[in-house]
Design a protein. Structure first.
Length: 148
């Protein structure tokens, strides 16, 4: 199931939880399996991408920004720990309702972004994908440094 989800570009645990529930797992077991699935998938992606260079930065630098990783990992670990405590205390029905509310909010937010993108495309006459969303950062190389 992890391979199917990753090949389809689904990285979120909410989708995995629903899939596990459809296969007959109870909610709390589905959450634990989803977290393990995401962790294993991340480790595999890092293993295969560790030697690759960044495509936008003209192949200078690593594919991964380790400064961002060093900020995200502690916050992610704290969030996972708090979620594990909440998962033990809150009944299954409340977890389902909270997940449904969160998914509804995420869907509404993304649908709003989609509407804005379509509106922008209709007004400009060009597809929004053809317009760069983020300007690629320039990376200084040793050859770019002025000599003393």
């Amino acid at each position: 199931m992890t391979a199917l989800a990753n090949f389809g570009g689904i990285g979120g645990g909410f989708v995995h939880i629903v899939l596990f529930a459809m296969f007959g797992f109870d909610l709390k077991t589905a959450i634990v399996l989803s977290n393990a699935q995401i962790a294993i998938s991340s480790i595999i992606r890092i293993f295969f991408g560790i030697g690759k260079s960044h495509p936008v930065r003209e192949h200078h630098g690593s594919l991964y920004n380790f400064q961002v990783v060093s900020l995200m990992v502690p916050a992610n670990a704290l969030g996972a720990s708090l979620a594990a405590l909440i998962n033990r205390v809150i009944p299954d029905v409340a977890i389902i309702i909270l997940n449904a509310c969160l998914l509804t909010g995420v869907f509404a937010f993304n649908f709003g972004k989609l509407r804005m993108m379509v509106k922008k495309e209709l007004l400009s006459g060009k597809p929004a994908a053809a317009q760069p969303a983020i300007k690629a950062p320039t990376v200084a190389t040793p050859e770019d440094k002025p000599s003393d």
